[in-house]
Design a protein around this ligand. Structure first.
Ligand code: AMP
Ligand code: ZN
Length: 461
């Protein structure tokens, strides 16, 4: 049985879905006013691993993810301007075009690192009605108040407000005071907006919709409550996100949802640790981030990044360095080379499959799971058995190993000719031409390695 750490209880719990075999899983998606970076991808790979483990255990998973395409709240530190509006103005595009552009980049990044796309993708701008309906419910239940600038959730009405973070309310108030949008009519600094009016601070905001209270746009938090409950019902099995979302975004989601339904919103809250650079969170605002295309431009395979993510426990922070990515790339290359010579998959090794399952079911211990994989690779089992078990493991790891297992290198005639030619010039001591030929061969997808025992040919695929 899967055991997983639940932020809500701060303990590792047995995973028991509300209505097995169905599992409803909601993940906070990207804010599409900027590029997706590899820090985000760590969290999304985490989601993907969790989903694959659940599916592999026979659960019928519905994975829902939102796309935050309404620009708001995320104000630029210097100007206080909405970032999406600012991005649009600076690039000469409309806010809709900005959102579309970065959403496309998000999906390219997700596909490159072999993350399964969610079953349902919900855009905030396609669900304005649902958000208005939820605000209406909260209003009816007595949890809101209105100022000239916005409709707020009144946190004094929701007594278990800090149950997810375990913070004291006083600590929260200090954090919330640094808000960029100042509204003097707000009762408590921790109260958060459900709906902003396009007046005052937001007069020039381009995305706007009519509502029963006046023209405006939804607050950030309301979209996740509205869309998750729309697709998964009032109570979800799993809700995921990065640890930065615990104290504000997810805390607010609980307040909004439970105040509306009077039911428990989420059974298991799962949070992923940060990808860091030099000990600091990789983030858009710190500008210390790398994108997936920067990884590939440097000659790395996006799947090496996935491998790197698997080497750390999901709740721990992981410091990104190019050296660690190189080490992951080397490990992946070695694995690929090793499995090429294996026979076709046949009856697998139960012993290793069991150890692997134990590791992943133990709060997603992927470093341990990788160790089991290497023990399998080095074991004396017939390669057909190893192949079968490795491919089973890869259903969860997602390293695309089926492309390599048992795929002995077939060297095309054209390449073989060049290899022979190189052999001859080398014997004649013409190392300059030999090097030229090596480059030519590499361009065709093959690498030559000269060892004391002779020449090895590797595919660079
Ligand atoms: P955002 O677009 O900023 O809302 O982030 C999308 C998701 O990525 C959220 O679940 C964040 O918690 C997560 N995230 C952002 N930065 C990092 C990071 N450096 N490491 C891991 N996850 C992150
Ligand atoms: Zn969310």
């Amino acid at each position: 049985m899967l055991k997983i750490y639940n932020t809500l209880s701060r303990t590792i719990e047995d995973f028991k879905p509300i209505k097995a075999p169905k599992v409803g899983m909601y993940s906070c998606g990207p804010t599409v006013y900027d590029y997706t970076h590899i820090g985000h991808l760590r969290t999304y790979v985490g989601n993907d691993i969790l989903r694959r483990i659940l599916e592999n255990s026979g659960y019928d998973v519905t994975h829902v993810m939102n796309i935050t395409d309404v620009g708001h709240l995320v104000s630029d530190e210097d100007s206080g301007e909405d970032k999406m509006e600012k991005g649009a103005r600076e690039s000469g595009r409309t806010v809709w075009e900005v959102a579309e552009f970065f959403e496309r980049f998000f999906w390219q990044s997700v596909d490159a690192i072999n993350i399964k796309r969610p079953n349902i993708v919900a855009k905030a701008t396609d669900h304005i009605e649902e958000q208005i309906k939820l605000i209406h419910k909260l209003e009816k239940n007595g949890f809101t108040y209105q100022t000239e600038q916005a409709i707020y959730f009144d946190i004094s009405k929701f007594t278990s407000y800090t149950k997810l973070s375990g913070q004291k309310l006083e600590e929260k108030e200090t954090g919330a005071r640094s808000d960029v949008v100042v509204d003097k009519q707000k009762k408590n600094p921790v109260d958060f907006a459900l709906w902003f009016f396009t007046v005052g601070h937001f007069e020039g905001h381009s995305m706007r919709w009519p509502s029963p209270w006046g023209e405006g746009f939804p607050g950030w938090h309301i979209e996740c409550s509205a869309m998750s409950m729309e697709y998964l019902g009032d109570s979800l099995d799993i809700h995921t996100g990065g640890i930065d979302h615990i104290s504000v975004h997810h805390t607010n989601e609980i307040a909004q949802s439970e105040a509306a339904t009077a039911k428990q919103f989420v059974k298991y809250w799962i949070h992923f640790g940060f990808l860091q650079v030099d000990g600091e969170k990789m983030s858009k605002s710190k500008k210390n981030f790398y994108r997936i295309d920067e990884i590939t431009e440097k000659g790395f395979d996006p799947l090496a990044l996935r491998y790197l993510f698997l080497t750390a426990h999901y709740r721990d922070k992981l410091n990104f360095t190019w050296e660690s990515l190189q080490a992951a790339q080397n490990a992946l290359n070695n694995l690929r080379e090793e499995v090429r010579d294996w026979d076709q998959p046949d009856i697998g090794c139960a012993e290793f499959e069991q150890k692997f399952t134990e590791a992943v079911n133990n709060d997603l211990n992927m470093p341990q799971a990788l160790a089991v994989l290497w023990d399998l690779v080095k074991s004396d089992y017939p390669t057909s058995a190893k192949a079968q078990t490795l491919l089973q493991m890869d259903k969860i790891l997602g390293l695309g190993l089926e492309q390599y297992v048992g795929k002995k290198i077939r060297i095309p005639e054209e390449v073989q000719k060049l290899i022979n030619q190189r052999e001859q010039v080398r014997k004649a001591g013409d190392f300059k031409t030999s090097d030229k030929l090596r480059h030519q061969i590499k361009k065709l997808g093959f690498e030559i390695e000269d060892t004391p025992k002779g020449t090895n040919i590797k595919s660079v695929l």
